[in-house]
Write a protein that binds this ligand. Structure first.
Ligand code: NAD
Length: 294
């Protein structure tokens, strides 16, 4: 069993750390929120007064933080954790952040002789609790082998996307495509419904035809078509519009850095940022359907 320092115990990090405890690992946690730490203490974790105090000597450091600035602040600089570690520790950042920061932390870790992997996830809060997340990893093959041993306790699909930053690029590509096919699915369903079709029947037709996609298959955005989808529960998340807008901003940065014309991603971003500006950020991202009904 491994010794782990887990940093960032929010909606995702809390259940992920809990799954590591359940798997028998020796887990120490740190979060700026005392309440989040107390919940993990009750689940069996040790609680550190600071990340720096607990980091040296751990087999793994795993972070699940809001954005690139939090990850850079945690690992880089004279007071960052990389300055305190040696080659015995593997660092896995599971946060969704910009690829440039992930590469910067990866390069700093390599210079210090420490294995680092950006390992963002797909799957959301329910998958974090169930231990069925998908991890998209960026780092060396050697670090990936070590990462798999611990990530397997929190997820079921673990991919090696390439060098540092590649995990964030894969995540950006995936979530941009998710936004685009969700919006396309909303548009097609409303178009059919307003032309007299039953959205349930239209969904069955498209599922058996070339329009088939994940949004139709497991997350139908039309209320009443799929009993357990957020659309049938008043668009309670699920996956919040705020998070989709964040991910589309990151995807835009990835496209721009490589000079890619991502006009579909930009349009999706404008639509989701518009919904945010309407005060809908906390609703599920499939609520985009309603904009076609106005
Ligand atoms: P959250 O806001 O619920 O949790 C973030 C936690 O980090 C908070 O508890 C906060 O106190 C803590 N934190 C912030 N700065 C810190 C620091 N410097 N040191 C220690 N703790 C600190 O966020 P979340 O929903 O758990 O998301 C975490 C990451 O996972 C984000 O990057 C998000 O984009 C990504 N993600 C979220 C989902 C989802 O459905 N919620 C799905 C996939 C990926």
């Amino acid at each position: 069993m491994a010794s782990v320092l887990f940093i960032g115990l929010g909606n995702m990090g809390g259940p992920m750390a809990t799954n590591l405890i359940k798997a028998g690992h020796e887990v120490t946690v740190f979060d700026l929120s005392a309440e989040a730490c107390a919940q993990l203490r009750a689940a069996g974790a040790g609680v550190a007064d600071s990340a720096a105090e607990a980091a040296p000597g751990k087999d793994y450091i795993i972070s699940m933080l809001p954005a690139g600035k939090h990850v850079a602040g945690t690992y880089l600089g004279d007071s960052g954790l990389l300055a305190l570690l040696d080659a015995g520790t593997t660092v896995l950042d599971c946060s969704t952040i910009d690829a440039a920061t992930a590469r910067e932390v990866g390069e700093a870790a390599a210079e210090a002789g420490i294995g680092f992997m950006d390992s963002p996830v797909s799957g959301g809060v329910a998958a974090a609790a169930a231990g069925t997340l998908a991890f998209m990893c960026g780092g060396s093959a050697e670090t990936f082998e070590k990462a798999k041993l611990i990530l397997a306790n929190m997820g079921k699909n673990i991919f090696h996307a390439g060098p540092p930053g590649a995990g964030q690029v894969a995540k950006g590509c995936n979530n941009m495509l998710l936004a685009i096919h969700m919006l396309g699915t909303c548009e097609a369903l409303e178009m059919g419904a307003r032309n007299g079709l039953d959205p349930k029947v239209l969904s069955e037709i498209m599922l058996a035809s070339s329009g088939r996609n994940w949004s139709l298959e497991v997350y139908n955005p039309y209320p009443g078509v799929m009993e357990n989808a957020p659309a049938s529960k008043g668009y309670q998340p699920g996956f919040m519009i705020d998070l989709m807008a964040k991910d589309l901003g990151l995807a835009g940065g990835i496209a721009d850095a490589a000079g890619v014309d991502n006009r579909m991603g930009k349009l999706a971003r404008a639509i989701y940022e518009g919904l945010q500006a309407d005060g809908q950020g906390q609703r599920d991202f499939s609520a985009a359907l309603e904009q076609y009904q106005k």
